[in-house]
Write a protein that binds this ligand. Structure first.
Ligand SMILES: Cc1ncc(COP(=O)(O)O)c(C=O)c1O
Length: 393
């Protein structure tokens, strides 16, 4: 470090994409990966159906989904999959909602303001922490995110979920699936999208259902109207074809080809263990840097809950802490902008509702060398922003 801060690094990450969604494509991806797409054909043709069925089957295999869990491709990305589950399943029992960042709070709003359920218990806390998971009542349904993408706080495991529960566990796991080990037998509904850990294209959701969730679907009819794109049953029975690739409406076969390419990459590098190892390696690289940093720390307070995908950093430097809230937000924004302009890393700003800081995607498509190459740039950029802003004041 010189008097005026660290010198500008010379080596940039080879891939500077660190967005938390859509996330970086897999290493080596090019448009050639899409050449065999089933384009201009009906998705209900034999070829189209085969591709859709293949996405389901290969996702199941990579994830080790239990044989009795169903998996479907549904409309409207992860949001579509979660809302389909909330609208179809809730209301039969009281519901506990865990909210510790923006997405959990969004589901809370759906449940209280749109579905207007009244037997709702909210277990919430602020950015950086997790609510007390032991308060979850196994007799009630529970809705939660596995990984809070906007705070970088994840649940550490499923030990708090009872194997003898009467309620359903409805889990938005979009920034966790493929990068974290999920206890499938404890999760009755799991949702995700293609554009997160595998770096696929956006627009389609995946919805996994346990036999208990299917039982609820077949025995309970919610009191509110269900739009066609949410309907999973026909005449009170599960629409089994949906779980074989007969989608409710038209999917993009280009996106389908792309997720098949991503699954091929995942299989080739060693399946889910390799995907998890890549994400955990990225978190470990950041942890080494944070431990030596005098200005940045993880937003997630407890190391056991730190996300290995959406890695969120707060700025703990006393100078920054002493700024007014609006000036903190402006400085953090300027930091992310400088990093992008310097060609060091894109989309590194914290989520709009989260405390000001940085968010670095460490999911499986991001290479650890790229995270490591980014780190000196963080020090350089922070010191430059601090010097500039301190000069203004
Ligand atoms: C935890 C979580 N839930 C829901 C969403 C919304 O997902 P989508 O845009 O795929 O609908 C996101 C997106 O980042 C997320 O991280």
């Amino acid at each position: 470090m010189t008097d005026s801060g660290p010198r500008q690094p010379t080596v940039r990450p080879r891939d500077t994409r660190f967005s938390s969604g859509p996330c970086s494509k897999r290493p080596g991806w090019s448009l050639a990966a899409l050449e065999r797409a089933c384009l201009g054909r009906s998705h209900r043709s034999a070829e189209g159906r085969a591709k859709l069925g293949e996405v389901i089957e290969r996702s199941r295999r990579v994830l080790g989904l239990p044989a009795d869990h169903r998996l479907a491709i549904v409309p409207a990305s992860d949001t579509g999959a979660v809302e389909m589950a909330l609208w179809s399943l809730l209301g039969a029992r009281g519901v506990d909602i865990l909210a510790w960042e923006s997405f959990g709070r969004g589901w809370l709003s759906d449940i209280t303001k749109e579905l207007k359920l009244d037997d709702v218990r909210v277990l919430d806390t602020d950015y950086g922490a997790l609510p007390d998971l032991d308060q979850v009542d196994p007799d009630r349904d529970v809705v939660f995110t596995w990984n809070g993408t906007t705070s970088g706080v994840r649940v550490p495991n499923g030990d708090w979920i009872s194997d003898r529960r009467a309620g359903l566990t409805i889990c938005d796991a979009t920034s966790a699936v493929f990068a974290m080990d999920l206890p499938w037998h404890k999760l009755d509904v799991v949702t995700w999208s293609w554009q997160k850990v595998l770096g696929g294209e956006a627009a389609h959701g995946m919805l996994a259902l346990s036999p208990r969730a299917v039982e609820r679907l077949e025995s309970y009819r919610p009191p509110w109207p269900l739009p066609k794109i949410f309907r999973m049953t026909k005449a009170g029975k599960l629409n089994e074809a949906l779980f074989k690739g007969d989608t409710i409406n038209t999917p993009s076969m280009l996106c389908v080809e792309d997720i098949l390419d991503a699954l091929t990459w995942a299989e080739e590098i060693g399946g889910q263990p390799a995907l998890i190892a890549r994400a955990e390696g990225n978190l470990a690289a950041l942890r080494r840097w944070v431990e030596a940093s005098d200005w940045a720390d993880f937003l997630a307070e407890d190391p056991a809950n730190r996300s290995c995908t959406s890695i969120c950093l707060k700025i703990v430097d006393p100078w920054f802490q002493g700024l007014e809230a609006a000036d903190q937000a402006a400085a953090a924004k300027a930091l992310a902008k400088l990093l992008a302009e310097a060609g060091a890393g894109q989309d590194l700003g914290a989520y709009r509702d989260a405390p000001p800081g940085l968010r670095i995607w460490g999911g499986a498509t991001v290479a650890q060398e790229d995270i490591e190459a980014l780190l000196p740039w963080l020090d350089w950029a922070y010191s430059k922003i601090k010097a500039e802003q301190a000069a203004v004041v």
